[in-house]
Design a protein around this ligand. Structure first.
Ligand SMILES: [Zn+2]
Length: 85
């Protein structure tokens, strides 16, 4: 099961930013949703998005905080994904 584009369009980050999410697939095939604002990651279990702060992997500056506004040392380089649609 995969999350549909229609569903994805109405989902938002559960943190204060309420930013749109994008769907990413890891190398192992597991899907996750990534906040476009804070870059926090949320698991997808059997096609169900788990949008819980407790289950999230916080972004580089924490859940709900904009990513990329300050330099973070020691992290791997990140690639910007292309916008779809
Ligand atoms: Zn967010």
């Amino acid at each position: 099961m995969s999350i549909s584009a229609d569903l994805l369009s109405i989902l938002a980050c559960p943190s204060a930013d309420h930013a749109p999410l994008r769907l990413e697939t890891s190398g192992g095939g597991a899907e996750q949703l990534v906040c476009t604002f804070c870059l926090s990651r949320f698991p997808v279990s059997d096609g169900i998005a788990v949008l819980l702060a407790d289950e999230a992997v916080p972004g580089p500056n924490g859940l709900g905080n904009a990513a990329g506004t300050s330099a973070a040392a020691g992290g791997p380089a990140t690639a910007e994904g292309a916008d779809a649609g």
